[in-house]
Design a protein around this ligand. Sequence first.
Ligand SMILES: *Cc1c(COP(=O)(O)O)cnc(C)c1O
Length: 427
Amino acid sequence: MDTSAALFERAKKVLPGGVNSPVRAYRAVGLTPRFIAKADGAYIWDADGNRYIDYVCSWGPMILGHNHPLIREAVEKAVKDGLSFGASTEREVEIAELMINMVPNIEMVRMVNSGTEAVMSALRLARGATGRDKIIKFEGCYHGHSDAMLVKAGSSAVAEGGRPSSAGVPIDTAKDTLTAQYNNLDSVASLFAQYPGEIACVIVEPVAANMGVVGPNPGFLEGLRALCDKEGALLIFDEVITGFRLAKGGAQEYFGIKTDIVTFGKIIGGGMPVGAYCGSRALMEHIAPCGSVYQAGTLSGNPVAMAAGLTQLSYLNSHPEVYTDISAKADRLADGMRQAAAESGANVRINQVGSLVAPFFTPDSVESFTDATKSDLNKYAAYFEKMLASGIYLAPAQFEAMFLSSAHTDADLENTITAVKQVFSAL
Ligand SMILES: *Cc1c(COP(=O)(O)O)cnc(C)c1O
């Protein structure tokens, strides 16, 4: 038994399923999970000393690669001044000013500790500000694990568990969550027609990256904006993945669309637990202590987490070439994978938006969750296992993205494409 397997045996005795987040258990690929010992740049090492090229990147945060020296130094410096004060610090003002500078259409920021918390709070704000209870989300979009969002959610555990929602979510909570089809404006319009004046907001991943990767068709996001305006509902972009990844200003900049509330997570913490929700001053001043929408956090704006996030965002702000670089790398990877599919005759679709890439094991184009579920999950599992054996670390589940970082080198991409060619041919 290798070290990872031994650790997993120990873990299963004390952690449900041996993990602290379901996808890490590798159930979707039927394997024993790797335990990670360390990571640097584009590489991670498991507990047995095997090195992999990492396309998980902690599910997105590590856009500059692992163990970036500037972020590490900022954290080390912050630690020396104390880990938490439960009071305000200059760094929180600084990161908010920077975010407002980088992201279009936001005037105020509230920091929280995770993407889940950001979304949960953004929904409360939307409901508080509109005085309406119902929300529209899209099938296959994942917005964290708050009760209201565990309805037809994406991301591996929920999607592959075959359950539309989680046990433990009250029917009365779920009944206010209406689901529409991604890339299908009619499905949204008909919900508005069915519940006139009752819908507080539409929440969407502007690029759906928790059902593999599915980009918005031309007109889809514009159509959502127009429907929300017409119906007096707020539009929420959940940019926990796309924020500071598609562009400095996230999806609003990338697609040229204005949203009312935007949620962030992942990249904003530079690898530390951070989330944020943002919007106009008028909207954000509904939040306590200005307004009547309550939301608080003992560790919100934590000084060490802020140091990591601020350093990563500042770097991205002053190095816009990171964005052209990582999307060029993703182009190259996606093209290489498409070529591999064509040469091997494998029925694989490669979706890509910016630095997000995902293969689907189906001959048909994938534009919705229904399309995504046509992917052959056994093939994904076989692909994952062979890639891992070739030293490439991918998401251990179909309904996730591949994340590129500025640390991935041309040689890493070449090695990955070579492995993909062999694996696709063997499938
Ligand atoms: C990861 C993710 C979340 C949840 O963030 P956590 O930090 O895991 O709570 C919410 N929305 C989207 C789009 C995500 O990808």
